[in-house]
Design a protein around this ligand. Structure first.
Ligand code: AHR
Length: 523
């Protein structure tokens, strides 16, 4: 949703707000109307399924204890992978899974995680609590997990403490078909077929935990590493997609200096030797996950307007260096990052946070931003899949539950692969109705998010250039912004069927306070 369009629409006199008071489940909610005009013939860009991707690090109980319980665990598992997590994630659909970090990536040495598990070295996880890892989850386990959940792997390489040789050998180990010592070693470790890993990150947050480099230092290092990964068309016939470390949030200085420096080092500017450029954008809050107020929630959700602006500005900057659009912009890590509760971190591991109804609103608002900017983004990875930050699943012993964020992703799934459409909305607040709309063939998907805790929205959409024959909708809603799914009560926040009224070019539905709804229409 573009704010200029929003204002233009308002002055065009479309709003007609009305207010009524509606008693609802013990609280009084004010109701207002919102109008959205969808230009069904005006495409923004294809919503790549990869915009709904995920990130899993060796951090807290995301990988160890979360996704991976080990082959000898009493917890039901498939070759060591937690069965329930596999089933939930497969059902959700994880287009791409980024691993092993995060900060962990630039201190990870891949050879530690291959070969017989009993012989793998034990290493200290430097960044996340200095606990000892037995490396039982390594490259083969990642590939197996990705196959189980039908995700494409994205491996973040070690630039900070590793060498070009180490990363180049990891690519050869994964992708070279057969006949080299490394590919034969992979076969001896149980995988004769190459893994054909396409996405490779050349470092992570190299301005911070990944080596504390200046943009110029990182650019020089990037050139050196990519030189060996791309030599003569790549190693082993799989075309690798190299992703460079971009800025934290909208740090334009990092981007400018990185590209200026990278440009100086290239013989031909057309061939940057990089395919993706990845930003990180977290929505931080000084408040613990289950203790938010309407105000602290609003402050945190206001960051999604900043995210949208950051995407637009970083993309414009990227295009100023790459007018032929050879390099894609990614959001490698995003999501809500609340103040951690020391008790919960002690019990469940580092960066464990509950995901209440607020987390579903944030997830849906983030995905709406990605959809609206579909022409500028090629991937988005929420951090992190299980037990860490903005997670889809929480686990405790044998229990594995779906968070409200999982359901938000599920609700927005109909947009994947469709073409995002332009629209105008009469919403005037930055933390007000959030919308995305997309279309493919005869189907149109429309998601609305109402982040207001005390106002119900009657949404009327006008389909300019099309008529709808029928429609269905699903709603995720809870009147309490701190309501969450727990191991005792896993179904407190779950989606339900929702009423949508369709009369040719008009579609109406209600968005209760703290509600996310997707309507799917047959045109
Ligand atoms: O996702 C947690 C951490 O956040 C990652 O390790 C790092 O890349 C970022 O700062």
């Amino acid at each position: 949703m573009r704010s200029i369009q929003r204002r233009a629409f308002l002055t065009a006199g479309g709003a007609g707000l009305f207010h009524v008071l509606a008693a609802r489940k013990g609280f009084t909610a004010q109701a207002s109307s919102r109008r959205v005009v969808v230009h069904t013939e005006v495409p923004v860009g294809v919503i790549r399924p990869e915009l709904h991707s995920h990130f899993a690090e060796h951090l807290g109980s995301c990988t160890y204890g979360g996704l991976w319980v080990g082959k000898n665990s009493s917890i039901p598992n498939i070759n060591g992978h937690r069965r329930q997590a596999v089933e939930y994630l497969r059902a959700l659909g994880i287009p791409v899974l980024r691993w092993p970090g995060g900060c962990f990536a630039d201190d990870y040495h891949w050879r530690d995680g291959i070969g017989p598990a009993a012989k793998r070295p034990k290493r200290v996880n430097l960044w996340w609590g200095q606990y000892v890892e037995d490396n039982s989850f390594g490259t083969h386990e990642l590939i197996e997990l990705c196959r189980l959940i039908a995700a494409e792997p994205y491996i973040a390489g070690n630039i900070g403490s590793g060498t070009p040789q180490e990363l180049r050998e990891w690519v050869e180990y994964c992708n070279f078909p057969s006949g080299s010592t490394l590919s034969d070693e992979r076969a001896a470790n149980g995988s004769p077929e190459p893994f054909r890993v396409r996405y490779w990150g050349v470092g992570n947050e190299n301005w911070g935990c990944g080596g504390r480099m200046t943009p110029d230092e990182y650019a020089a290092r990037y050139r050196q590493f990519s030189n060996y990964l791309l030599a003569r068309g790549g190693i082993g016939g799989t075309r690798v997609f190299l992703i460079a470390c971009g800025p934290n949030r909208n740090d334009t200085e990092w981007t400018r200096r990185f590209f200026e420096s990278a440009r100086r080092g290239q013989a031909v500017v057309r061939d940057w030797g990089l395919h993706g450029y990845a930003m990180h954008f977290y929505s931080n809050s000084p408040v613990e996950a289950a203790k938010h107020t309407a105000d602290t929630m609003r402050q945190q959700l206001a960051s999604f307007a900043e995210l949208e602006k950051a995407i637009q500005q970083q993309h414009a900057l990227l295009r100023s260096y790459d007018p032929e659009a050879r390099i894609g912009l990614l959001i490698d890590e995003w999501g809500i990052w609340d103040r951690m509760s020391p008790e919960e971190e002690k019990r469940y591991g580092r960066l464990w946070q509950q995901i209440p109804m607020r987390g579903a609103l944030a997830a849906a608002m983030g995905l709406n931003v990605f959809h609206r900017q579909a022409d500028k983004l090629i991937m988005g990875n929420i951090a992190q899949t299980v037990n860490v930050l903005h997670s889809m699943l929480l686990t405790e012993g044998p229990h594995c539950i779906r968070t409200p964020a999982y359901y938000a992703f599920e609700l927005l799934k109909p947009h994947r692969g469709k073409t995002a459409l332009r629209f105008e909305s009469d919403e005037r607040e930055s933390v007000g109705l959030s919308v995305s709309v997309s279309r493919q063939d005869g189907e149109l998907a429309l998601t609305g998010v109402n982040p207001k805790p005390d106002e119900s929205l009657q949404v009327e959409c006008v389909l300019a250039g099309a008529t709808a024959a029928s429609g269905t909708a699903r709603l995720l809603h809870h009147p309490d912004l701190n309501a969450c799914n727990t191991f005792d009560k896993p179904d407190v926040v779950v989606p339900k069927d929702h009423r949508v009224e369709v009369t040719r070019e008009r579609v109406r539905f209600e968005l209760p306070p703290l509600g996310v709804a997707t309507a799917t229409l047959r045109l």
